[in-house]
Design a protein around this ligand. Structure first.
Ligand SMILES: NC(=O)c1ccc[n+]([C@@H]2O[C@H](COP(=O)([O-])OP(=O)(O)OC[C@H]3O[C@@H](n4cnc5c(N)ncnc54)[C@H](OP(=O)(O)O)[C@@H]3O)[C@@H](O)[C@H]2O)c1
Length: 285
């Protein structure tokens, strides 16, 4: 029997690489795409895994991967939009390039990949698209306005698209992880190309707090999740009918429960208190 075909973006490392390995284990034909095709020696060794170059900001790369897949396998069953990174810092200090790049990768790249697979999926009247969002796409955090809003956009896009794509038998959903220790934290882009002198003091304290907050294990009962759980969860969501938004990680469960019971405004107050007591001592912004 013909294997089902899955395309994964950002498969060089982190969740993307683990997701590619999970689909391979489950006997799929895997198109593992990445910016640098030599990034994952372990994926390169596997049968039934095609490694293809794809920077999600380059439409020509996207077209090449889709053309290759359709010509070679005649179908695209699943697209996993996983590629992404975090741009953190004061919005005011970000350059236009930094702002646009965050959305070019996390949002417009994802849109371009979706638009590229749709003609084939509509022809099949079948297909699944999973957008890797984040719990950060559901509530705001301080100093991560670009990253969070790019993930809010992914959540919004998915929620809207699920109506129109259901007309063609195509299922689209998000998987929103909480905190996991991948390469994500080492790839953070601190957006400070347009430094403002009067923000210098706060910026430096903020960076220390962000580094501490990001690198250290979040306090009990939050903690980091197990990365393999994300790959297994993504696989599971791709083969069954599930909700439009799907959360993975203990922290996502706690936060969603908190919001349901106490509302978002109380969450904002707590976050402000926790962050600003660490960054600002008694000084006000
Ligand atoms: N880790 C977490 O706690 C967490 C939580 C919620 C959501 N997420 C989301 O999960 C997804 C995967 O992140 P991760 O945690 O696995 O982080 P990661 O280890 O840093 O992996 C990020 C992946 O995205 C790729 N990428 C970045 N820019 C790209 C571009 N322009 N074109 C193609 N690929 C690109 C990277 O490729 P290179 O190797 O070429 O840089 C890498 O493969 C992201 O969308 C992230 O926002 C992560």
């Amino acid at each position: 029997m013909m294997k089902k075909v899955v395309i994964i973006t950002g498969a060089s490392r982190g969740f993307g690489e683990l997701i590619a390995k999970k689909f391979h284990k489950e006997n799929f034909q895997v198109i593992a795409t990445m910016r640098n095709i030599d990034s994952s020696p372990s994926l390169k060794k596997l049968n039934n895994v095609d490694i293809k170059r794809l920077d999600v900001t380059l439409k020509s790369d996207i077209k090449n991967v889709i053309d290759f897949t359709v010509q070679k396998y005649g179908r695209i069953d699943i697209l996993i939009n996983n590629a992404g990174y975090g741009a953190f810092g004061f919005l005011e200090e970000a350059s236009e390039k930094e702002i646009r790049n965050q959305f070019d990768v996390n949002f417009f790249g994802l849109i371009d990949c979706i638009r590229a697979v749709l003609p084939q999926m509509r022809k099949q009247r079948d297909g699944v698209i999973i957008n890797i969002s984040s719990i950060a796409g559901r509530f705001g955090l301080p100093f991560t306005s670009l990253y969070n809003s790019s993930k809010f956009a992914v959540e919004g896009l998915t929620e809207c698209l699920h109506y129109e794509l259901s007309l063609f038998g195509i299922d689209i959903k998000t998987v929103a992880p909480g905190s996991f220790r991948t390469g994500f934290h080492d790839s953070i882009n601190y957006t400070e190309s347009e430094k403002k002198d009067d923000l210098g003091d706060i910026r430096e304290k903020l960076k220390i707090a962000l580094e501490e907050g990001i690198k250290n294990e979040p306090p009990f009962p939050f903690g980091f999740g197990n990365n393999d759980d994300v790959a297994n969860f993504v696989f599971k969501q791709s083969i069954k009918k599930s909700k439009v938004s799907n959360f993975i990680g203990t922290d996502t469960k706690i936060i969603n429960f908190f919001i349901k019971i106490f509302g978002r405004e109380l969450l904002f107050k707590i976050i402000k208190k926790l962050w600003f007591s660490r960054i600002l001592s008694k000084k006000k912004l």
